[in-house]
Design a protein around this ligand. Structure first.
Ligand code: NAD
Length: 480
């Protein structure tokens, strides 16, 4: 089946007439044929978004909220079908696929409520008979570029706040997951006015880059790798840019931790979604007193996890052949660096890879510093809490962190000193909720946060309003 771009409320072929296929990573079956678009398609989408903006910005925000609630309800109705599609298109196991859709349901519902808030401030003027306040303004047409690992949730995290704030959208999904994006757009068809949401499929160079550079877009929200994020910030020109990039997320395990609980958290953090989450735990920093006991427990548990096709397994495949090769390269690098391979380390077949653990990892090793984005865990030893925090912070990234401890003092020191956007106590590095802000420090981003109330900041700007009802010319700062 062939699927079009969605521009100005119509499903259309790309200007160049080229197409590509989306493949199931578990068995290489085709999930459809999609438009391999180019800059001309981006131009069309921007034109449609610009035209639609003039009406959309005037729709009262609570009315826009009503539409978001309708979208949330449609997602709920289609949760099973979409969750299964997530599994088929990017490989995560079914309950995680359903979770991906649930996040979208939640974020549309949450942002619908923001339609009755979108608060500004009122504050006294320094002059008599003068009123001062701020109001929240939409930005205009915005560009959204998303990765494949949460093919429904991440687009929803951007689309819902962008819409509620009154923006129109040009959305480019990842090349590996166009079908999920098309199905998401189909659900909004008939709810949103024409041109409010526009979808252009294709690759990063031919579709992503023209979106980044497009002078007709007022803002860009990008989630993906650091390398592409750096391209985005260098080429976006004067636009508001939100970047959500990678992670090298550590879990600290103290000697007073509940070790079984910590092993549960590490397995979920490191191997959930086959390690392909930006918040995946790829480093475990273990207090020297419990290091060996932890490694023993971990290695006993790993063989009990089933690797297979998404509907009946704990762990699915990697997203594509390139991802398998990247993981395999890092395993070779780890061996070369003289880390000790205690578990896994080999391809299984197709896009499946063994769950892999290295011990004796030093903080400077590449496997401790670089994002692998696969089922590879590095275990590092720490002398105590300060040492563990120093190792955790010795990273370019600052997305998610966790500490397992029964000591409230350790927990609060970690909360204060871990340099990251998220810190979990006695819980893994993954599991964000949509009503709390999400994002990272250092090279994980540029300071924006998605979701929660701060998600509104990314997609709106503030106008300051002064209303003088004195009937005379008043000058601020005491000027006579
Ligand atoms: P990627 O950077 O390769 O691709 C992301 C998107 O950018 C895709 O749609 C891609 O087609 C597009 N793109 C590629 N080149 C482009 C260019 N030159 N100009 C514009 N767009 C371009 O990332 P990926 O492999 O899809 O996703 C994995 C990465 O995403 C990991 O690094 C992961 O940590 C990160 N990620 C971050 C978060 C977060 O919220 N911090 C969430 C999920 C994933």
């Amino acid at each position: 089946m062939a699927y079009g771009n969605y521009i100005n409320g119509r499903w259309v072929k790309s200007a160049g007439g080229r197409t590509f296929r989306s493949l199931n990573p578990a068995n290489s079956k085709s999930l459809g044929v999609f438009q391999k678009s180019n800059g001309k398609d981006v131009n069309r989408a921007v034109t449609a978004a610009k035209r639609a903006y003039e009406k959309w910005r005037l729709v009262p925000a609570p009315e826009r909220g009503g539409m978001l609630l309708e979208i949330s309800a449609r997602l709920k109705k289609n949760k099973r079908r979409l969750g299964s599609l997530v599994t088929q298109e990017m490989g995560k196991q079914l309950s995680e696929g359903l979770g991906d859709v649930q996040e979208a349901i939640d974020v549309f519902e949450y942002m619908a409520g923001e339609g009755r808030r979108l608060f500004g401030h009122t504050t006294p003027s320094e002059l008599r008979n003068k009123f001062a306040c701020t109001i929240r303004m939409p930005l205009g047409p915005v560009g959204l570029i998303t990765p494949w690992n949460f093919p429904i949730a991440i687009p929803a995290w951007k689309i819902a706040p962008a819409l509620i704030c009154g923006n129109t959208i040009v959305f480019k999904p990842a090349t590996d997951t166009p079908r999920c994006a098309v199905e998401l757009a189909k659900l909004m068809d008939g709810i949103l006015p024409k041109g409010v949401l526009n979808l252009v499929t294709g690759n990063g160079r031919e579709v992503g880059a023209p979106i980044v550079r497009h002078p007709g877009l007022r803002a860009l929200s990008f989630t993906g790798s650091r390398a592409v994020g750096e391209f985005v910030i260098a080429n976006a020109g004067v636009k508001k840019v939100g970047l959500e990039l990678g992670g090298k997320n550590p879990i600290i395990i103290m000697d007073d931790a509940d070790l079984d609980l910590a092993v549960d958290g590490v397995i979920w953090g490191a191997f959930g979604t086959t390690g392909q989450r930006c918040t995946a735990a790829s480093r475990v920093i273990v207090h020297k007193n419990v290091h060996d006991a932890f490694v023993k427990k971990l290695c006993r548990r790993i063989p009990k996890l089933s690797i297979g096709v998404g509907h009946k397994c704990d762990i699915g495949p990697l997203v594509n052949e390139a991802a398998v090769e990247k993981v395999d390269d890092y395993v070779k690098i780890g061996r070369k660096e003289r880390a000790k391979l205690v578990c896994g380390g080999s391809r299984i077949k197709g896009n499946f890879y063994e769950l892999t653990v290295f011990t004796n990892v030093k903080p400077s090793m590449r496997i401790a510093q670089e994002e692998i984005f696969g089922p590879v865990l590095s275990v590092l030893k720490a002398k105590g809490l300060d040492d563990a925090i120093a190792i955790a912070n010795d990273s370019d990234y600052g997305l998610s962190t966790a500490i397992y401890t029964q000591d409230v003092n350790n927990a609060f020191v970690a909360i204060r000193d871990l340099d990251a956007g998220l810190t979990y106590v006695n819980s893994s590095t993954i599991g964000s909720e949509v009503h709390l802000p999400f994002g990272g420090t250092k090279k994980t981003g540029n300071g924006t946060r998605e979701a929660g109330i701060l998600g509104i900041e990314e997609f709106s700007e503030t106008k300051t309003v002064y209303i003088d009802y004195s009937g005379i010319l008043q000058k601020a700062q005491g000027i006579k």
